[in-house]
Design a protein around this ligand. Structure first.
Ligand code: GDP
Ligand code: IMO
Ligand code: MG
Length: 446
């Protein structure tokens, strides 16, 4: 990829908060204008809901372009793949009449094994134990994400998708992995240790997955390189979100990959210049699932109202999401990290009926005012939000289809956000369905 910029035909969609911003809906919408949708990070910890003609689909590993006929799906090397989950997802789609288009799976993506899921659970139990006072669990999804990425970085015992076709490599690596994990699993997840530490069973499972997935396994880097060079329209689908980034998120309450646009290079093998338009997805308020700081969290009836109206329960684990007012300190930071071109503002309809809408524009930290986000958990734990109050809107807006259908207060709220972040809001979403979307072209404040 040398010569002039080739990025104008590619789009990245990334989450700007702590996940569940509505990336699935936007990827599904934008997929219609793309040839390929690529997952580049995370694994089945993602839960992307897409609603088509009133039917809800929850996707965890399959790229959210799969519901768009003709779109090719790529799971690139940066993803950690639980083959059992992937095969179940493909089968689940088939049973609902969706014949997934061609799926390409990187031979270099790492495999999440049952012992990774067991280890995830065991480690969370260790962190939560009273003897570990102070540590505290992360509240992971239990999908084996951290242990699978840790195995990748450890190297010797990791299994890549390409290894599912190599029985000799599999046996050696599985044996080593189990040897290092057995004592912990037997002590802290005994109900899972039996099967997870049965090396013969693990190898047999893995070979079975290899047989079923063989026709999809390929060097996806080459496929993507050729697609970008041919100016095919490629959409990069971020899973998880920027504030959960292993390097730039609220560590240690983060996931184990780089969900931001920064993860696309290592996660696909494409150079940074291959990423063109970057769309940041944000909710009109804040949510978080799992532990970690959240300065604008509302523990009373206002938070409850947002949770009920937004159906804020996890797509992957069903856990109630923590809800709060929009945090513009964090949003500006996430916009910077990703260098976004535009914001898609989601779930605005959920805020109907509040007399006032509060937005956090700064924190008070140990007596001083701070408006520049510092992703430091100790600092954020002590951060008190400084709010500005904007007028609310009483009428429901789920039927709005253009800006002129929106109450002036709703437009004022959107304008305030885009002005504060310094990036246009190009789209407002007022419901889960494809049709419940308002395109704003250059942004309401332009
Ligand atoms: P993702 O992980 O970023 O793809 O988001 P999730 O799918 O986990 O969570 C977003 C939820 O909000 C899903 O249930 C969507 O169907 C739903 N949703 C998306 N956009 C809107 C919207 O504008 N309004 C409402 N009420 N729901 C929405
Ligand atoms: P989508 O793609 C919301 C959170 C978990 C936990 C932390 C670490 O649907 O937006 P992990 O299982 O990754 O080790 O968990 O990260 N988390 C998410 N929260 N949406 C997600 O994905 C998430 N992916 C990870 O709840 O706090
Ligand atoms: Mg989700």
């Amino acid at each position: 990829m040398t010569g002039p910029s080739v990025s104008s035909s590619t789009t990245a969609v990334v989450g700007l908060q702590w996940g569940d911003e509505g990336k699935g809906k936007i990827v599904d919408l934008l997929a219609a204008e793309h040839d390929i949708v690529v997952r580049y990070n995370g694994g089945a910890n993602a839960g992307h809901s897409v609603v088509v003609n009133g039917e809800r689909f929850a996707l965890h590993l399959m790229p959210s372009g799969v519901l768009c006929p003709g779109v090719r799906s790529v799971i690139a090397n940066g993803v950690v793949v639980d083959p059992e989950q992937l095969l179940n997802e493909i089968e689940g789609l088939r049973r609902r009449g969706i014949e997934a288009g061609p799926l390409l799976l990187s031979d270099r993506a790492h495999v999440v094994m049952p012992y990774h899921k067991a280890e995830d659970i065991a480690r969370e139990r260790i962190l939560a134990a009273p003897t570990q006072s102070g540590a505290g669990s992360i509240g992971t999804t239990g999908r084996g994400i951290g242990p699978a990425y840790a195995e990748k970085v450890q190297r010797g015992s990791a299994i890549r998708i390409g290894d599912l076709l190599r029985p000799d490599v599999l046996s050696a690596r599985v044996g080593t992995a189990i040897e290092t994990k057995r004592p912990m699993l037997e002590q802290h997840a005994p109900e899972l240790a039996g099967e997870a530490c049965d090396a013969d069973r693990m190898v047999e499972l893995a070979l079975g997955w290899g047989r079923q997935l063989a026709s999809s396994i390929t060097d996806t880097r080459r496929v993507l390189r050729d697609a970008v060079a041919a100016r095919e329209r490629v959409l990069f689908e971020g899973a998880n979100a920027t504030l959960l980034d292993i390097d730039h998120g609220t560590f240690p309450f983060v996931t184990s990959s780089s969900p931001s646009v920064l993860g696309i290079g290592p996660g696909t093998g494409l150079p940074p210049r291959a990423v063109g338009r970057t769309v940041g997805i944000a909710k009109a308020y804040q949510t978080r699932v799992g532990a970690g700081p959240m300065p604008t969290e509302l523990s009373g009836p206002e938070g409850e109202r947002i949770r009920e109206r937004g159906r804020e329960f996890g797509t992957t684990t069903g856990r109630p999401r923590r809800c709060g007012w929009l945090d513009l300190v964090a949003l500006r930071y996430a916009a910077e990290i990703n260098g976004i071109d535009e914001i898609a503002l989601m779930l605005l309809d959920v805020l109907a009926g509040f007399d006032e809408l509060r937005v956090c524009t700064a924190y008070r930290v140990r007596g001083r005012i701070e408006s520049d986000f510092h992703p430091d958990t100790a600092e954020l734990d002590g951060a008190e939000p400084v709010y500005e109050s904007l007028p609310g809107f009483s009428e429901e807006i789920t039927g709005a289809r253009s800006v002129s259908d929106l109450p002036a207060e709703a437009i004022g709220y959107v304008s305030f956000i885009s002005e504060h972040v310094g990036v246009p809001v190009s789209l407002v979403s007022v419901g889960p369905d494809r049709a419940q979307t308002i395109g704003l072209e250059r942004g309401v404040y332009a």
